[in-house]
Write a new protein. Structure first.
Length: 273
């Protein structure tokens, strides 16, 4: 695979059928969604929920996850989209910010859990591994779009980038870090660990709510570490806050919040005398 990446120059378009264009990015988003949905439907039984409930939640999670991811991306790139407002709706060409997707998905789960009186942690625990797997698959869309790559590298798995897609600073470089590949592999590891945690904590002997909470917070912690680290390599433009790239700032906030929630002491029930 590394040799293939080192020599192949990808194109975002799979095929053009007259006025209809089919893009790799959209294909991988769909594949990631299907894979995540499949996993969540299987996990629903382990958490004691029906597949109908899981499918219903997934429907809203996908919609609000995509909306959140797009709104977040457009907000970060408002200088471009304010001058090209029509492109806001061209989601198939790329431009989904995962932090926005996470926020949108968690908001959808919170609203659904409140309305249907289902524990938030349980619902979120079901879909955390699905999100990690979907992210892993979806990152290949970035590869075919030649976006979100890293700094120049001489490593054998460096990828070529078309001149028109390179930052001016690296116009003379030949190969770049495949940060999409790093995140793909990282998310697969996160997914595997989450499945392990589910098998360990979500059993007949353990409280499912506690296990689900651990799974969700573990996902947020691990992905925050992964994303924070990869931002040192990425070359795409983003806002800076006190010298840090904005995704790193968000990752730090999510990491700290998840750590606090994970280790926050439980309230002891008062004994009735």
């Amino acid at each position: 695979m590394f040799n293939f990446l080192h020599t192949f120059l990808p194109s975002p378009l799979i095929i053009s059928l007259g006025a209809v264009n089919i893009y790799w990015y959209g294909l991988f988003v769909v594949l990631g969604t299907i894979a995540g949905l499949t996993i969540s439907l299987k996990l629903a039984k382990k958490f004691g929920l029906s597949s109908e409930t899981a499918f219903d939640v997934a429907f809203w999670l996908i919609i609000w996850g995509l909306i959140g991811a797009r709104i977040y991306h457009v907000f970060l790139e408002w200088g471009y989209y304010s001058a090209n407002p029509v492109n806001i709706f061209k989601i198939w060409q790329g431009g989904l910010a995962i932090h926005g997707g996470i926020i949108g998905a968690l908001l959808a789960i919170f609203i659904y859990s409140f309305r249907h009186k289902i524990n938030f942690w349980v619902l979120a625990g079901i879909f955390a591994p699905a999100l990690a797997l979907g992210q892993a698959i979806g990152r290949w869309g970035n590869y075919f779009n030649q976006e979100l790559f890293g700094k120049p590298t001489d490593l054998p798995w460096g990828i070529p980038i078309d001149l028109m897609n390179r930052p001016h600073l690296y116009i003379s470089a030949d190969y770049f870090h495949p940060t999409f590949l790093y995140e793909f592999l990282g998310n697969l590891i996160v997914f595997a660990i989450l499945i392990f945690l589910i098998k360990k904590f979500v059993t007949a002997r353990e409280e499912k709510v506690t296990g689900a909470k651990i799974v969700l917070l573990a996902y947020l912690i691990m992905y925050s570490i992964l994303r924070f680290t990869l931002e040192f390599l990425r070359t795409d433009t983003t806002a800076y806050f006190f010298g840090w790239r904005w995704p790193q700032v968000i990752s730090i906030i999510i990491f700290i919040t998840a750590i606090i929630l994970l280790f926050w002491p439980k309230r002891k029930k008062r004994e009735i005398s």
